[in-house]
Design a protein around this ligand. Sequence first.
Ligand SMILES: [Zn+2]
Length: 256
Amino acid sequence: MGCEEIRELIDGYADRELDLVSSLSVERHMRVCDVCNRAHHNLQALRSLMHDESLYFRPSAGLRKHIRSALRADVKIERNMRLASWRWLAAAASVALVVIASLTLVQRTKGPSAEDLLAQEVVSNHVRSLMEPHHAVDVPSSDQHTVKPWFNGKLDFSPPVENPADQEFPLVGGRLDYLGSRTVAALVYQRRAHVINLFVTERANDQRGATMETVQGFNVRHWGESGLSLWAISDLNAEELEDFGRKFEAAQRGGA
Ligand SMILES: [Zn+2]
């Protein structure tokens, strides 16, 4: 074998990767060839150098600690970020719950409006007056000129005491009552055997069209006129109560 062929095998020889025949050929050549022998020596020297520990970089204990804590901090930050997003989600979820709960509460507490509550009071006042006939009127009179002055000094306003269609809805009298925590005028009218209570209260800006509703089996007509709020209630049928309301309103406007 010539030097060139041997050089190609020297790497394999140094790594002990050659078959027995090739290894023996390389050894035989190197015994007689200084150049190839030196090449092999250099290769071996290089390899042993590469195994030399001093060639490897050994970080100092301080540096090692620093790198480790830097890596740990990274992991921690990532974990914290994950935790933070969970916390944020949890917070968002509880806020959402509070919002839902308060919306439900608002809806529940919203329930009956102030108007509905007044209508309820109108009903209970009416029922009470029917149950205690002797308290139904404080000033029993079919004469509006007797009833109207009776309220003077008892109320902050002067209630309209009309006598609409005398024969159809005779005035029975008037009394003081309470509605929405205020002292109000209650005028009592009659239609055959049916009693009509008309509550008159002062409520600014209550200019409104009439509404007719049925509350607890009673017909209630509500309207506003000249800064007054009026509630007529009876077990009369809605048509007749409507008729009463319209005639009262007409007289109210005509008399005012
Ligand atoms: Zn050689």
